[in-house]
Design a protein around this ligand. Sequence first.
Ligand code: SAM
Length: 192
Amino acid sequence: MKFNDLISDMERFAKKENVPIMQKESLDYLISFIKQHDIKSVLEVGTAIGYSTILIKGVVNNITSIERDEERYNIAVKNVELSNLNNITLIKADALDITITDKFDLIFIDAAKGKNKEFLDKFKSNLNENGYIIIDNMDFHGLVGKSMTIEKRRLRSLVKKIENFIKYMEEQTEFKVTKIDKGDGLYLLERI
Ligand code: SAM
């Protein structure tokens, strides 16, 4: 199967089955960031069906990606096989329950949006000395900053968590924090 056909099939599948995958604009930013910063290894939290995993692997030496949903993990395994790419390690687990000892040049967090603080606190020790962390969906469809106006309780609580996480990132002193206004909003963390 041709690489571009696989990517188009994955995009179609994600749309049809309501699987959240990265927006094109944020993915393009991520890929060019990786190229510009000579990133060789990536840890991704949140594989879904392997869409961003496969596209990121196109520009790095190796990627490890974690997915807790069994059905999505199985689809990702199949898609990785179809891609014919090597050095992709898929892990079926809840990212908060496993121990990873390897170090990476980039940690890309794109999993449960209410757990970003836990992911950051846990995986920052897996970062190489001059590594970067990028976190997706920090605008959360334009709702971040407007939590007080959201009527649905669960959605309000999730958006509040993202707002609190942004505050937490901005108050910590380990990383320089930059908001990237691409796609659904990214945050870039680099060690000070
Ligand atoms: N990065 C993917 C892409 O752009 O193709 C999209 C990932 S999707 C936004 C988020 C995924 O993270 C979901 O498939 C969800 O099951 C998974 N997830 C959420 N919390 C997780 C956790 N604690 N551990 C592992 N996977 C998790």
